[in-house]
Design a protein around this ligand. Structure first.
Ligand code: FE
Ligand code: FE
Length: 206
């Protein structure tokens, strides 16, 4: 995704505490708790893997900022902003919260850092050849402490502090298996499969 930088002159310069306050207001309670979990987990993963701790916290904090918007609202933001909406996304506007969240991070919260915007944009599907920050947010979203206990989560949490690519692969595998088991597979974004195949072939080359 190519992000156009917002006009700084007309935009408020957000402090992290103000972003936190704004999200506390706009997100449902459970989602806000999850958000703080992702921000803190992302910061810990950044510490462990030599990433930028502040960026990881900020990206984690903003990753689900559009999650509590209605589907109608998400679709109308895409239309207004000229963001592409695929057939699958049109049927499942829920999938749009990452893309819309990334857009709102840029225009509402004045985030001009492309790496943060991409980490928000790809936090549900991943994408081939992710940056360190993208990997951290993707993994933190899956393993933060408030996530309900799903099989294999303990392994993933331990692995995340050792090898990010192996962790990504395991999460993607679990996600694909989970979706494939469901009767309705319409919420599978093809990007998830693409990301999985990329990291699988990367592992075989190692
Ligand atoms: Fe999300
Ligand atoms: Fe999330």
């Amino acid at each position: 995704m190519t992000w156009i930088k917002p006009d700084k002159k007309t935009k408020k310069n957000w402090k992290i505490q103000d972003i936190d306050k704004s999200l506390k207001k706009s997100l449902e309670k459970k989602r806000y708790t999850h958000t703080l979990g992702v921000a803190n987990t992302a910061a810990c993963l950044a510490m462990c893997h030599n990433g930028d701790i502040n960026k990881a916290y900020l990206a984690g904090l903003l990753h689900d900022n559009a999650k509590c918007l209605s589907n109608k609202k998400k679709l109308s933001i895409c239309k207004k902003a000229g963001l592409p909406v695929s057939k699958i996304e049109e049927k499942n506007p829920e999938l749009l919260h990452a893309k819309v969240g990334s857009y709102l991070a840029m225009v509402e919260y004045n985030i001009a850092d492309n790496d943060i915007l991409n980490a928000i944009c790809y936090h549900t599907t991943g994408r081939p050849d992710m940056s360190l920050l993208e990997k951290i947010v993707f993994i933190a979203d899956y393993m933060e402490p408030n996530r309900k206990q799903i099989p294999g989560l303990e392994t993933i949490r331990a692995m995340a502090f050792k090898d990010l690519d192996d962790t990504l692969l395991l999460i993607l595998e679990n996600t694909l298996n989970y979706i494939k088991k469901k009767d309705n597979q319409s919420d599978l974004d093809p990007m998830t499969q693409k990301t999985y195949e990329y990291y699988l072939s990367l592992k075989s080359k190692k």
